[in-house]
Design a protein around this ligand. Structure first.
Ligand code: NAD
Ligand code: TYD
Length: 344
């Protein structure tokens, strides 16, 4: 692994991964390939570009554009593709699934074809715990569980996973897949719940909790996720899938309490609002297969939430322009007419 292509590298997890590998591997060269949608931002990589100029290269492009992908892979002498590029927000997928099918399914197929045609390249797919769907009782999802996605977002991600495995079986492409739990940390677009609630709280705007707020998620720190992805890339078995998370989940209300406490803001900011359509109540991963590779998360979910709250408190320069831009319109569409619930 000498020349890697990181698709979606200007987004939240991708930019943290690029920083992680460039710091860790002094010989590695990284090409970021990103369309720069609303979620992709060059400022996420500005410090990387300054510090690692010679080993870092940026290409603006769409993963659905086969010619651009293949030209980049050939010109940059790529030996490994790591696919982070995706439309990623469930609420946006409910409003308009079109881009999700295009980027998450068709875009993954285009990348797989490039990997197959241009030298059977190593391919790693970044997937999500959401492909397992709602997980009932005290069960934890295992990698071999049947996929049961329930939102347009997770259905698209599941479709991509199936394509990745099909390319391994059919063409012998050397692939791995990782399925991560909810990531939080620096540079996450403030539409996702944790940065949304933190930035609302910092502006003393109410926090719109969907339904009763008792849905369960595993909130993992993005740096832990990146370390696990790197380990799977270097030590994972070809053809295998690995779950990544802390292995412990909490309710959304517990998450809100922690972030309000860290920011010294009052619980009176909480508002229960009409639930998300098809809302998955619980995700829960069995992560023993990844632990067995020799990885362990550094952050508990509570530590991750507190560290994330401090980062947003200290980096208003990053999120304020986002909240003042396209985001305003989005917020109005999703939350403007949402009914408040009286849960007394
Ligand atoms: P993000 O929305 O912050 O970033 C996505 C990036 O992909 C952006 O830079 C965007 O410009 C780029 N992109 C979108 N469409 C593209 C296209 N057609 N061509 C090229 N680039 C395109 O997402 P994220 O939270 O960093 O998620 C990254 C990956 O991790 C996704 O595949 C997502 O499904 C997966 N994942 C995310 C989480 C999470 O909690 N955020 C958890 C598990 C897995
Ligand atoms: P989100 O960050 O969208 O991730 P996921 O893909 O896991 O749904 O939401 C995390 C949880 O927070 C999920 O249970 C939905 C809930 N949520 C709210 O209660 N209010 C909100 O405004 C948002 C965006 C999410």
């Amino acid at each position: 692994m000498k020349n890697i292509l990181v698709t979606g590298g200007a987004g939240f997890i991708g930019c943290n991964f690029v920083r992680y590998v460039l710091n860790r591997e002094p010989e590695l060269k990284v090409t970021v390939f990103d369309k720069l949608t609303y979620a992709g931002r060059l400022e996420n990589l500005a410090a990387v570009s300054e510090r690692f100029g010679g080993r870092y290269h940026f290409v603006q492009g769409d993963v659905c554009d086969a010619a651009r992908v293949e030209e980049t892979v050939a010109l940059r002498n790529i030996d490994t593709i790591i696919n982070f590029a995706a439309e990623t927000h469930v609420d946006r997928s409910i409003l308009d699934p079109d881009a999700f099918v295009k980027t998450d399914v068709y875009g993954t197929y285009v990348l797989l074809e490039a990997a197959r045609k241009l030298g059977n390249l190593r391919f790693h797919q970044i997937s999500t715990d959401e492909v397992y769907g709602h997980v009932a009782g005290r069960r934890r999802s295992l990698e071999e569980d049947a996929l049961a996605p329930r939102s347009p977002y997770s259905a698209s991600k599941a479709g991509a996973d199936l394509f990745v495995n099909a390319y391994c079986t059919t063409y012998g492409l050397p692939v791995t897949i990782s399925r991560g739990a909810n990531n939080i940390g620096p540079y996450q677009y403030p539409e996702k719940v944790v940065p949304l609630f933190i930035t609302n709280a910092l502006e003393s705007i109410p926090l719109p909790v969907y339904g009763d707020g008792k849905q369960m998620r595993d909130y993992q720190f993005v740096a832990d996720h990146c370390a696990a992805i790197y380990l799977i890339l270097t030590r994972g078995r070809i053809g295998e899938t690995y779950n990544i998370g802390t292995g412990s989940e909490m309710t959304n209300l517990a998450m809100v309490e922690i972030l309000l406490d860290e920011l010294d803001k009052p619980p009176s900011l909480i508002r229960h609002v009409e639930d998300r359509l098809g809302h998955d109540r619980r995700y829960s991963l069995d992560v023993s297969k990844t632990l067995a590779l020799g990885w362990e998360p550094d952050y508990t979910p509570e530590q991750a939430i507190r560290a994330t709250a401090r980062w947003y408190r200290d980096n208003r320069w990053w999120w304020q322009p986002i909240r003042d831009g396209e985001f305003k319109q989005y917020y109005e569409t999703v939350y403007g007419a949402r009914r408040e619930l009286d849960l007394q």
